[in-house]
Design a protein around this ligand. Structure first.
Ligand code: PLP
Length: 435
């Protein structure tokens, strides 16, 4: 144990130091494909090495090959944060190595997961009594929800979603042997309810906070149609769902209380490191019908079922511990503060773009995502993105809207300040002027 304690101190010191200097590192990794591989031995060591050798190689070899999602100037895709309490909880979870395949193999993990899902449901003002459990990603959560929907209506093979629904919906549909019907969107990138066709549909997926623009589908109208035709409504709020913790933002989630299932990624905007996706359902019996297969060797005398009866995986790590740590160490007010500050920063950036000649806002801003572009060709915007990202100062990603190349600035990192957003804007303007 002496080695473990000493190595542990070193590792924790390394992690603390990393977080202190992450803003000095190039946000986007500057290595070429294959460069890391060429620096590592082709074969594993024959003899044991000390942990200090691993730590040294993390610093010297792996670190240059990292894109720093923990950087305050990471603005790509949806920016995320791994908070300090959650990092420590991950360490404890690894030490405990709970595998909650059944209630008896980890009563703590099984029951804590139920408790924290109820806590988050309360924070997000979800209906009382929904069944919640944790999956690895929103991709899995959506797959599980759609499997539940298919179970209730096996003769209906269609899943309906907007053109802007995340690709995970299409993957889930393919995996389940179903068919995807894409519905067109309006000029604000929201599904058009007048174009909804639920013929043969077992499920509809509404997105609150789409991946490209964070647009909000008209959930109440979609819920009406689902009730009329007896179709399962799944809401994908993987990114935006955490914003429900702020009462003033709940207008965007109107109708979500009528869903049959809902996914919110705690690893997106709730300070929990990847992976931790929260899936609630008002119809857990459908999920259990799809996944509740218990072989003889897993039968026990307890009446309590394992969480694995509601999803695909049997082995389950102790993900609820890091979420519990965040909920306790930030509280409702800490989570609200984070969301409000990120939205304030996004509003500020949006106002700078709007007020500057030669730039345009490309989609209505929702939550903490700004879609914008420089007036001019797609090629020029693409080159601008490549330039600012190559600088290592900031990292942004892009999308295409109505066929045009658009830049996205997504705020979601806990460390991001107004100064960081200002750096991004100054750099964009400077590089655009030089094009
Ligand atoms: N849904 C939406 C709206 C997303 O933006 C994303 C990813 O960004 C996903 C689903 C997929 O999330 P995951 O990586 O957890 O599968």
């Amino acid at each position: 144990m002496t080695g473990f304690r000493d190595d542990g101190r070193e590792a924790l010191e390394w992690a603390a130091r990393y977080l202190e200097r992450v803003d000095e590192l190039p946000v986007l990794s500057q290595v070429d494909p294959g460069e890391l591989r060429s620096r590592l031995p082709a074969s594993p060591p024959d003899e044991a090495e000390p942990f200090s050798a691993v730590l040294r190689d993390v610093e010297e070899i792996l670190l240059p090959a990292m894109t720093h999602w923990q950087s305050p100037r990471y603005f790509g895709y949806f920016a995320i944060s791994s908070s300090e309490p959650a990092i420590l909880a991950e360490l404890l979870a690894a030490a405990l190595n709970q595998n909650a395949i059944l209630w008896r193999t980890s009563p703590a993990s099984t029951e804590l997961e139920g408790v924290v899902l109820d806590w988050v449901a309360e924070l997000l003002a979800l209906p009382v009594g929904w069944h919640g459990h944790i999956e690895d990603t929103a991709s899995t959560s959506t797959l599980v929800a759609l499997a539940g929907a298919r179970e209730l209506a096996p003769e209906r093979r269609v899943v309906v979603a907007s053109e802007h629904a995340h690709s995970s919906v299409e993957k889930a549909v393919k995996t389940l042997g179903l068919e995807l019907r894409r519905t067109p969107v309006d000029d604000a990138f929201r599904l058009r309810p007048d174009a909804l066709d639920l013929t043969g549909a077992c499920a509809v997926v509404a997105t609150v906070g789409t991946t490209s623009t964070a647009s909000v589908d008209p959930v109440p109208a979609m819920a009406d149609a689902c009730v009329r035709d007896g179709v399962w409504l799944h809401v994908d709020a993987a990114y935006a769902g955490s914003a429900m913790v702020c009462p003033e933002l709940r207008w965007a989630f109107e109708g979500v209380d009528r869903a049959d299932s809902l996914v919110v990624n705690a690893h997106k905007w709730m300070l929990v490191p990847v992976d931790c996706s929260l899936l609630w359902s008002r119809r857990p019996e459908a999920l259990r019908a799809a996944f509740g297969l218990v072989p003889e060797y897993l039968r026990t005398a307890e009446a309590t079922e394992g969480i694995g009866e509601y999803g695909l995986a049997l082995g389950r790590r102790f993900r609820s511990l890091k979420l519990w740590a965040v909920l306790r160490c930030y509280g409702r007010t800490g989570l609200q503060r984070l969301i409000r500050e990120h939205i304030r920063l996004a509003e500020l950036f949006e106002s700078w773009v709007r007020d500057e000649a030669g730039w345009e806002i490309s989609a209505p801003r929702h939550f903490s995502l700004v879609c914008f572009r420089r007036e001019g060709s797609d090629e020029a915007n693409e080159e601008l993105l490549e330039r600012v990202n190559a600088s290592g100062e900031i990292f942004l990603s892009h999308t295409k809207l109505d066929g045009r190349y658009v830049l996205r600035l997504a705020i979601g990192q806990e460390r991001t300040t107004e100064d960081d957003v200002r750096v991004a804007w100054d750099l964009l303007r400077r590089d655009a002027a030089g094009l």
